[in-house]
Write a protein that binds this ligand. Structure first.
Ligand SMILES: NC(=O)c1ccc[n+]([C@@H]2O[C@H](COP(=O)([O-])OP(=O)(O)OC[C@H]3O[C@@H](n4cnc5c(N)ncnc54)[C@H](OP(=O)(O)O)[C@@H]3O)[C@@H](O)[C@H]2O)c1
Length: 271
């Protein structure tokens, strides 16, 4: 039994099942949500619930007790509809100010493989690259501000596209036409593997590292979304005729070797 306390900032699609898994593993878990209504659900799962919101400054009751822990899993979403992506950096900076004043010494950050430019064919953690848009530049800046903080150590997980649970592959594209990049490789990861990777990093205490988290299989987008539509009964999308400009393929060798990790869902085509 571990006696460590972990604070999961954002008990959502990923954070909630992760927090439940950490409770099972014997950790004391603080969990946050922005919704008062969800507090009882967290408590029922053995999580100490907090209602907190970064807007961009962090507000809510009991902010200091939330951060009385050893590890923070920082997992608030980088919303696509943000008009100014820099808002996300300000949210994270506001959270970091609280972490700096707390006993927390390890932060695990849920980043995204969207930091890599879409033209980078072989995306490995050590790749030197320039972000190709403002969102990616912001995310890279956030990773750097966390990893460079002198008050705590940080590990960054760059998650590929998330699926699993209620998030079915291809639902968003169902029935669409002119969908770009039919022959580009898909880069996805299942919820079960996201949870297992984050839990293993905490259990193995792997600090100061950067990991890509993406399954082994990279079917083409056309193959994947056509088969997914067939499987789930969605209207299949129709793809553009233009050749793909998206070349990015996420390499997952490091996470497998460093954590001795085996994917439960190595291939997104296995429905
Ligand atoms: N979507 C993708 O394909 C993708 C790919 C790579 C990485 N990621 C990253 O993976 C992580 C997990 O994503 P997810 O889909 O699990 O996220 P999510 O379910 O949308 O939200 C995660 C949690 O953050 C909380 N939250 C939202 N806005 C907040 C705010 N302003 N202040 C404080 N808490 C806030 C939510 O509160 P409630 O409980 O009230 O909802 C929820 O508990 C995120 O960091 C995301 O950026 C996503």
């Amino acid at each position: 039994m571990s006696e460590q306390t972990i604070s999961v900032l954002g008990c959502g699609w990923l954070g909630f099942p992760l927090a439940r898994q950490l409770v099972k593993m014997g950790y004391a878990v603080n969990g946050s949500t922005t919704s008062q209504d969800k507090m009882a659900l967290l408590a029922q799962a053995g999580i100490r619930p907090f209602c907190l919101r970064a807007d961009p400054l962090l507000s809510g009751k009991d902010i200091t007790p939330f951060f009385e822990s050893d590890i923070v899993f920082l997992n608030i979403p980088f919303r696509r509809n943000l008009k100014d992506p820099d808002y996300y950096r300000r949210q994270v900076e506001a959270i970091v100010a609280h972490i700096e004043a707390s006993p927390v010494r390890f932060v695990l950050f849920a980043s995204s493989t969207s930091v890599y430019p879409s033209t980078l064919k072989h995306a490995v953690e050590e790749a030197a690259f320039k972000p190709d848009n403002a969102r990616s530049a912001t995310l890279l800046a956030v990773e750097r501000l966390l990893m460079g903080n002198p008050k705590f150590e940080a590990t960054v997980i760059r998650f590929a596209g998330l699926y699993g649970g209620e998030r079915k592959i291809g639902r968003i594209l169902a029935g669409r036409s002119g969908v770009p990049d039919p022959d580009a490789p898909a880069n996805l990861i299942h919820l079960d593997d996201c949870v297992a990777i984050a839990a293993q990093i905490m259990r193995q205490d792997v600090r100061g590292e950067m990991f890509n988290a993406c399954s082994d299989g990279h079917p083409t987008r056309k193959e994947l979304y056509t088969q997914a539509a067939r499987h789930y009964g969605f209207t299949p999308p129709r793809f553009a005729d233009r050749p793909s400009t998206r070349l990015k393929m996420i390499d997952n060798a490091k996470i497998k070797s460093r954590l001795n990790f085996t994917f439960r869902h190595p291939d997104p085509l296995e429905f």
